[in-house]
Design a binder for this molecule. Structure first.
Ligand SMILES: CC(C)(COP(=O)(O)OP(=O)(O)OC[C@H]1O[C@@H](n2cnc3c(N)ncnc32)[C@H](O)[C@@H]1OP(=O)(O)O)[C@@H](O)C(=O)NCCC(=O)NCCS
Length: 195
């Protein structure tokens, strides 16, 4: 087995400071959580993460089944917060509807609201949707009376790092995620094992 270490920051932001909410670009809208939305979150997560670095760091993000499992796990947490869990959609008819972004929030002990995964589907990135989703989740944490927001991010994920820093998140800890990958066996060994 070969191990790769991914450096990740735990970051936190103070929710005490008043924040202005950025407006979504024309044509996009927020969709609030309800139980029927769980699969839309899972599918949006999958399309947002499937070709990204975090799908290597967390293999579940690279498959639709994995994203469905992850959504069920997040939904099942005791601190799951509907007010910090949002989708962004575009299009108003069933034929034109596109799910463009997803975020989920969970209240932890000690008054910290944890952002689980923020994902914007390629084709909708760079338009400010990620910023709007995080701001919306932070507003949900505030409504719930939480004092701080937290998240974890892979340091090499430059877009995500920039987004969080601009929104006031600062590093509190550094952690390493170990990913084990099976070492490819040399051709001769493989051939031998098939004899
Ligand atoms: C990270 C992610 C959520 C950002 O969403 P987004 O909608 O593209 O981001 P925004 O348009 O709101 O831009 C946020 C900031 O990132 C910057 N940014 C956007 N695209 C960028 C790029 N290609 N390179 C560097 N910075 C970029 C923007 O300039 C903006 O900074 P600013 O406020 O200083 O102008 C999105 O790219 C994504 O879903 N990535 C894949 C999944 C992922 O890695 N999620 C994060 C897990 S921790």
């Amino acid at each position: 087995m070969q191990s790769t270490y991914f450096k990740r920051f735990r970051m936190e932001a103070d929710l005490g400071l008043a924040q202005t909410a950025s407006a979504l670009p024309p044509g996009y809208r927020f969709v609030a959580w309800n139980e029927a939305m769980i699969d839309a979150h899972a599918r949006t997560k999958f399309w947002a993460f499937r070709d990204e670095l975090d799908a290597i760091v967390f293999s579940c993000l690279g498959s639709l089944d994995g994203c469905r499992r992850l959504m069920r796990e997040i939904r099942g947490k005791s601190g799951f917060l509907p007010a910090a869990t949002w989708l962004i959609a575009r299009g108003s008819t069933p034929e034109s509807l596109q799910w463009c972004g997803t975020i989920q929030g969970v209240a932890e002990k000690h008054g910290v609201g944890m952002i689980q995964n923020v994902g914007i589907v390629p084709g909708h990135c760079g338009l400010g949707l990620g910023r709007c989703l995080v701001e919306r989740a932070l507003a949900g944490f505030r409504m719930h009376g939480l004092g701080r927001a937290g998240l974890e991010v892979t340091v090499d994920n430059a877009r995500a790092m920039r987004l969080y820093q601009r929104l006031g998140f600062r590093r509190t800890h550094t952690v390493y995620k170990v990913v084990e990958a099976a070492t490819p066996q040399p051709a001769l060994e493989l051939a031998g094992s098939m004899l």
